[in-house]
Ligand binder design. Sequence first.
Ligand code: 5GP
Length: 193
Amino acid sequence: MPRDRKNADNLPTLTVIAGPTAVGKGTVVRELIQRYPSVYLSVSATTRPPRPGEIDGIHYHFVSEEEFSRRAAAGEFLEWALVHGKYRYGTLRQPIEEALADHRPAILEIDLDGVRQVKNTMPDAQFIFVAPPSWDELVARLVGRGTEGPEERERRLRTARTEMAAADEFDLIVVNDEVNRTVGELATLMRLT
Ligand code: 5GP
């Protein structure tokens, strides 16, 4: 992998985004990609089954436990982690390397465990934490989206507490108070505007 991960203007080209469950990272990142289609969004592999409406190869590469283990052993992941203590999620190394080689800005949306791994392997990346306006608002968003049952919600909120406590490990914190504004702030931080 090339050591120089900065583009011609010496700007970081890899942005790593993390934040607690239901903070709206997915929505914000999808909107950013719509506005700036040159940005490469990493499609992770996961052992989690698809939610209704999720498409293989678009939202995730949905793989079996065996397939995930095979890819991990083959060194295909830049990082991978067991998220919410249940399913494995991993960033495929090759598409990221290709995007960066093309000087395309790239985004990873991964959990804290993954962030800590990428900090070691890609120290020049820009690490951004997406925070909710408040804890109560985060709980309201999780309940409101209604995609998890009470048990899964509790599990996710436990992880969220740990993640919130790690916000100062990041280069920058962006409060997702309103999607449009947050996307604008991210675009500025990624120097897309
Ligand atoms: P969900 O199941 O809601 O799609 O995602 C759950 C969590 O998995 C999210 O917080 C997301 O950041 C994390 N995640 C998604 N893809 C990856 C990945 O490739 N690596 C890591 N470490 N975490 C990921």
